[in-house]
Design a protein around this ligand. Sequence first.
Ligand code: SF4
Ligand code: SF4
Length: 198
Amino acid sequence: MWIKCAVSCIAFPGPLTGREANCIAGMKEIKKDTSAFTSGEWKDVQWQKKAAAQYKTYARMLQKPNKNKILKQLPALHEEAFSVIDCLNCAACCKNYSPRFKTPDIKRISKHLKMKESAFIDTYLRLDEEGDYVVKQTPCPFLGNDNHCSIYTIRPSDCERFPYTNEDVLINRARITLKNSTFCPAVFFVLEKLTGTR
Ligand code: SF4
Ligand code: SF4
C-alpha cells in the first residue's frame, strides 16, 4: 500500500529501506487490539501474535507464489475477510499511517471542504522526504473517535485501495504485504487462507 507511516515515511508498497527500523518503532505504538475479528472462527483470535508466528510461512509462500491461482482466489478471500473483519473496530491504518495525498486527492478533498488547496495543504499536510504529501500527524485528522472517516466518499485513492487484498499488489509487493500483515487483520486473514493455515 502506498499508505505511508507518518512517523517514519515508509511508502506502502515500495522497497523497504534503512528507514524500516523507524517504521518498526512506529509499529510498536499499535495496541494489541483483537476486536477487529467479529464473527465465527475468527472471533477474538489473537491474530497479531499468530501473524508474527506465521511470518516465515507467509514469506515462503510469497517468495514463490502461484500467481494465477492466487489472483483467482483473491476476490473471494477479500470478500470473506471483510465479512468477518469490521474496519470500524480497527482503524489501525488510519491511526498509524498516512496515505499519499496526490494532486487529484487534494483538489477533490479541498473542494469538498470548501477550502483553497493551499489552505488545505497548510492545515493538514506536510511534504515527506520523498516529496509526497502526507498528513502532518497521526491519527489522520479525518478519522473520527468512532473510527469513521469524515471524508470517506472522497478519501485519497490510497485509502480506497488499502489493504490491497483484492489486487496483485498483494503478491507483487511481498515485503510490503508482510509488513501490512503485522497491523492489518485483513491481510493476515488472506495470508492465512492462502497458506492453507485455516
Ligand atoms: S484496512 Fe486493515 S488496518 Fe485498516 S481498518 Fe481495515 S482491517 Fe484495520
Ligand atoms: S482519509 Fe479517511 S480513510 Fe484515509 S487515512 Fe484518513 S481517516 Fe483513514
